[in-house]
Ligand binder design. Structure first.
Ligand code: MN
Length: 723
């Protein structure tokens, strides 16, 4: 098509634009058109037309909906960011930030690729599109874009592509248009798609309709006249319109009611539009008294509007000429809402409210969301808890393109559990849009998430702090509870072995069998776990198993002597100690804050009631207070400890001078350690007394750091804090 045709089309459009608005921003329109047509100049549509005719047609569809001017500018620019050199910044310069944001929004929608797998999850996909369209106008532009693409779909050569687009339209976009109440879009999208998807069905329905018409059985005009006359008689001011139903809606009804065409009676529909609600019911009364009403087909959407705001009276009667006809009765206002849905509200509000754009937009989205929220079927409502609905949701893809709906603030861990419990438990890392991210990253709409899995489950208890889905929380808790129980069981067994050994006996779980009832526990394992948890004393068990043996309590031991003996024994040999292996820090064991044990230190576990085991260094002063309860002591070795970093604490007296801090920092850095905390505990004129916490792998590294600190001129003394 030559250039002057484009100019012709634009000239007509421009004129229409000027007439549509009170204050048409014609300079902006010209600039926008100039930029878009230049950018699209090298491109043509499948039809061979210059590309710019497409965005212009989309803009015209929206102009007919009386949308605001920025929507029109957005429509003209809607394909530029995706397909041309124009950038967000360039658009911002030409048409302002709002338009740039809108075009950006449409681009985001376009980039979400629809895949055949999504058919199964069409509902989720529609929600995703809604969630991404932060401004309802983005969605309206996208729907108009789709409408024009469907109108020109026959130009596309590839049959596969045509079918894919038609399929997508009928599954995603037409229901979306219905959701936001734009029946005008919905019907046309549906009919166009239907023609491509079921050409044979369409042909046969149309030929049957034609056959009926030839037989004089399609009587739209006659019946229209008769109803009009009836309304006039009743002195109801009305506008009556009749039509044959579209092939698509006839087909849908055949499918829904599972009947052949011949048995389908109401292939004609009539609409009576009246001035007010009272007239609606008046007209209905007249129709029902004149014609026989088909029971079960009457619906009052005026007193109970559809959730998308649709209002009308629907009835089916045995009409003139003994034909079944569908009749819809509504007011002019209801009609506009039915045709234009959200867009009707939009143009209406445009005219009555002043220019508080932000607030208005915001209210708009809220209103739409209210509509959508209430549209959920009861099943869907049950499926999602209140928190997990709509705007509170994010929609993410698996690498295979499957859609996963999650509540807002969900993380890759939630995603993993949503895919499968087993994936959640084995999750060790995640890629979002091919980039490795921390597991607590909050996911965003449209993110593609890939979960990296370990061979065996190894969830971290810390995940519980950031996961948001009920499933992830429950699974984690269950797993950790089981894991913890296992650990407590092992600890309990070690404690029992030790206690029995002290009595020159060998422990077997079977000896607990007789104690179940007395201790009110169901299994012997439960008893062992209680001991591991510190909720039950081994002393009591010994007493119960060997009531006659009272040797333990006979001679009162000197507690401090016990402590000394323990320390000495530990120095001589670390044998028989329980390996730390498998004990997950923060769960059953924790490192005491007083002495900060490090790998390489000789350590002892102190069983504390209900808190598991606290690990101290054998040198720790606080051990004195446990010396009178040797049954709480647990000989533990570092064997199998994880390769994590541990906190070592150093007390240093340093010079109050420039560069001291830097020197300390440097010294730790050369030893490849990180300072996790630095505190000045006492200040004098010349010296500061400080506490330095460093993250180290073990005692060796800590000693190196201390040595490095001592070698500094600015460090007076440095020593490890042991209690
Ligand atoms: Mn387009």
């Amino acid at each position: 098509m030559p250039k002057n045709t484009v100019d012709e089309v634009y000239k007509v459009f421009r004129q229409k634009f000027i007439q549509a608005y009170k204050n048409p921003e014609i300079q902006i329109l010209d600039k926008v058109f100039e930029a878009a047509s230049t950018a699209h100049a090298p491109q043509t549509r499948a039809s061979g037309d210059p590309y710019i005719l497409h965005p212009l047609a989309v803009a015209e569809i929206l102009l007919n909906l009386k949308l605001d001017q920025n929507s029109i500018f957005t429509a003209i620019l809607h394909d530029t960011i995706e397909d041309t050199y124009l950038t967000y910044e360039a658009i911002e310069k030409i048409a302002g930030t709002e338009v740039a944001n809108l075009v950006d929004g449409v681009t985001k929608l376009t980039r979400i690729e629809y895949q055949p797998e999504h058919i199964k999850q069409a509902e989720n996909f529609r929600k995703l599109l809604l969630a991404i369209s932060e401004d309802i106008r983005v969605l309206l532009v996208k729907l108009a874009d789709r409408l024009h693409n469907m109108r020109t779909l026959h130009h596309i050569q590839s049959v596969d592509k045509r079918l894919r687009i038609a399929h997508e339209t009928i599954e995603i976009y037409s229901p979306l248009a219905e959701r936001i109440g734009i029946y005008k879009f919905k019907n046309e999208l549906q009919d166009l798609a239907f023609a491509f998807l079921h050409p044979e069905v369409k042909k046969s329905i149309i030929s049957r309709l034609a056959f009926l018409r030839k037989q004089g059985k399609s009587l739209v005009e006659t019946i229209e006249k008769e109803i009009t006359a009836t309304m006039q008689e009743a002195k109801i001011h009305s506008d009556v319109k009749g039509r044959e139903k579209t092939a698509c809606s006839i087909w849908k009804k055949m499918e829904r009611k599972n009947v052949p065409f011949e048995q389908l009676s109401d292939i004609m529909a009539f609409r009576i539009i009246v001035d007010n609600i009272a007239d609606c019911y008046h007209a209905l009364g007249i129709i029902h008294s004149k014609y026989h009403m088909i029971p079960g087909e009457f619906k009052d959407y005026i007193s109970t509007p559809k959730v998308n705001g649709y209002q009308s009276l629907h009835t089916v009667v045995m009409g003139p000429e003994k034909r079944c006809i569908e009749i819809q009765i509504r007011t002019h206002e209801m009609h506009e809402v039915a045709e234009l849905g959200v867009a009707a509200h939009w143009s209406y509000k445009q005219n009555v409210t002043s220019h508080h754009k932000q607030g208005k937009q915001f209210r708009w989205i809220r209103e739409l969301l209210n509509i959508l929220e209430n549209t959920s079927s009861p099943e869907e409502f049950l499926e999602n808890t209140k928190l997990e609905m709509y705007y509170d949701q994010v929609f993410c893809f698996t690498p295979k393109g499957e859609l996963i709906a999650l509540p807002r603030a969900a993380t890759p861990v939630d995603f993993a559990f949503a895919v499968h419990t087993n994936i959640g438990l084995r999750c060790i890392g995640a890629k979002v849009n091919s980039r490795i991210v921390p597991l607590k990253t909050q996911l965003e709409n449209g993110d593609q998430v890939e979960i990296l899995c370990a061979k065996h489950p190894m969830p971290s208890p810390t995940w519980e702090k950031f996961v948001v889905t009920g499933k992830a929380k429950a699974c984690l808790r269950k797993y950790i509870r089981n894991q913890q129980r296992e650990e407590y069981f092992n600890l309990g067994k070690a404690l029992l072995n030790k206690a029995f050994k002290a009595h020159q006996k060998k422990f077997h779980e079977s000896v607990l069998e007789s104690l179940k009832e007395k201790l009110q526990q169901e299994t012997t394992q439960d008893i062992v776990v209680l001991i591991g948890e510190g909720l039950l004393d081994t002393k009591e068990i010994i007493k119960l198993v060997y009531p006659e043996d009272t040797t333990t309590d006979k001679k009162k031991k000197n507690p401090l002597a016990f402590l000394t003996r323990f320390r000495k024994k530990k120095k001589d040999s670390g044998q028989n100690s329980l390996p730390i292996k498998g004990l997950i820090p923060g769960m059953a064991v924790h490192f005491a804050g007083c002495c900060h044990p490090l790998p390489g230190d000789q350590i002892v576990g102190i069983v504390s009631t209900g808190k598991g085991v606290a690990i101290h260094t054998v040198e720790c002063d606080s051990l004195e207070s446990f010396a009178s309860q040797p049954e709480k002591w647990l000989d533990i070795s570092w064997e199998g400890a994880s390769n994590e970093l541990y906190t070592g604490r150093i007390k240093a007296v340093v010079l109050n001078d420039k560069g001291t801090l830097a020197a300390i920092g440097n010294a730790t850095l050369t030893m490849q350690a990180n300072i996790s905390n630095f505190k000045i505990v006492h200040r004098s004129i010349d010296f500061y007394e400080t506490i330095i916490d460093v993250e180290v792998k073990g005692i060796g590294q800590l000693n190196n750091i201390i040595a490095a600190l001592r070698s500094l001129d600015c460090v007076h003394t440095a020593e490890r804090v042991k209690s």
